[in-house]
Design a protein around this ligand. Structure first.
Ligand code: PMP
Length: 395
């Protein structure tokens, strides 16, 4: 028998992943995450980041981060409810509430933490969590932590959602309907007006994860609620500060009572150290930049439309995306992985997305166009896609 400390059982699992081509090698950046950057020492056009607005290396954010370090130090020193809550944490929450046009906001250390902490705190035994089947992993894990019953409705299928409520609504106290605002693997937008109507009809609460819509949809990137003009009709809106905003962190926006409850029962908020001053300072600057001008979101959409049109004209299958997330659907998992490798060799970094992240047989590379790309970079990327696509008989 092998020594248990050899971790043979884990090594076997890793070997299996490698044998089936599902082991993920992690690339390393030699500098900042930008539209064109050094990955594993090679200069490539970056079509994989969530840095939608090009904020992650923006001089204004860096300057604000340095100023926050000078004033508040490198670390917060404690969890916020003990003695880690600084003036800038409060300032950020007030600014975000104004930006999102909500009563109040609570900031968590990440979007993942925010889902993990919020869903379990606002649901209980006797409740039902009703989740779109394609919701993000952090929603799935957050729901798992709750004592409520869980059910899934078919992706964006309003008939299925209503069928479940018709059959089961009366069996539960509270029902929480959860959806991604923009679905991260396909780039489609949730049917939020219909979800809200159904929720109102059956007296259910609504919860929208706007990770891929904050900074992208709505006026100056205020998100899906603003995009559909549903202010005041969604109970919980989650956002991340790590994608378009360019830094790190997550937040939940909603009614004052919800935020006060989460300040007392949101476990990651209670038990994990506050975000550092540098991050908060940079985020405040990013939100101010969005509130000052629509220049960044306009540039993002201009680039996204430009790239998408060129790719579909070439004959690539760009799926049902309605946002800058542009999947290039290949089908077979191994072929999607091979496509990504060949694109990298030719000068484009775009990561493959395969089962179990997306359904079997829908392997793809997912292109994330940003405001930071120049048209010249996008043209070069399209050219490389065309050459490699023809070489691999994808086109
Ligand atoms: N929700 C969705 C829909 C996401 O795509 C992500 C990020 N992958 C998260 C939540 C988690 O956000 P963060 O990276 O800030 O933890």
């Amino acid at each position: 028998m092998s020594n248990i400390h050899d971790m043979k059982y884990l090594k076997d699992k890793v070997d299996e992943l490698k044998a089936t081509g599902l082991y993920k090698e992690i690339a390393t950046l030699d500098g900042p995450n930008e539209a064109e950057c050094l990955v594993n020492g090679k200069k490539v056009i970056n079509l994989s980041s969530n840095n939608y607005l090009g904020f992650s290396n923006h001089p204004r954010l860096k300057k604000a981060a340095i100023a926050a370090i000078e004033e508040f130090g490198a670390g917060a020193g404690a969890v916020r409810p003990i003695i880690g809550n600084m003036k800038i944490h409060d300032e950020l929450e007030e600014l975000l509430a104004e930006f999102k046009r909500e009563e109040a906001v609570l900031v968590f250390q990440s979007g993942f933490n925010c889902n993990a902490g919020t869903i379990q705190a606002v649901t209980d035994e006797g409740d039902l969590i009703l989740s779109d089947e394609l919701n993000h992993a952090s929603i799935i894990d957050g729901a798992r932590l709750s004592k409520a019953k869980k059910a899934r409705y078919k992706h964006s299928d309003m008939e299925d959602l209503e069928r479940i409520l018709k059959e089961d609504r009366d069996k539960y106290n509270n029902v929480l309907i959860i959806t991604d605002g923009v679905f991260s693997m396909d780039g489609d937008i949730a049917k939020l007006p219909e979800i809200v109507e159904i929720a109102e009809k059956y007296n259910c609460m609504t919860y929208v994860d706007d990770a891929h819509s904050s900074g992208v949809l709505g006026q100056s990137g205020r998100g899906t609620i603003d995009h559909f003009d549903l202010h005041g009709r969604v109970d919980f809106t989650i956002g991340t500060l790590s994608k378009a905003i360019g830094v790190v962190g997550g937040y939940v926006a909603g009614k004052k009572a919800s935020i006060e409850w989460l300040k007392n029962r949101g476990r990651p908020f209670l038990f994990s150290t506050a975000l550092p001053p540098a991050a908060i300072g940079a985020i405040i600057e990013a939100i101010k930049m969005l509130m000052e001008s629509e220049e960044y979101t306009d540039k993002l959409w201009d680039n996204a439309r430009y790239f998408k049109e060129k790719m579909s004209t070439l004959g690539f299958n760009t799926g049902e995306s309605e946002t800058p997330i542009t999947p290039i659907i290949i089908g077979e998992e191994a072929k999607a992985i091979e496509f990504s490798k060949k694109l990298f060799e030719a000068g484009v970094f775009v990561s493959p997305i395969v089962f179990p992240t997306v359904p079997k047989g829908t392997g793809r590379v997912r292109c994330m166009v940003t405001a930071g790309h120049t048209k010249e970079q996008l043209d070069r990327a399209v050219e490389i896609f065309e050459t490699v696509g023809k070489e691999m008989n994808i086109l």
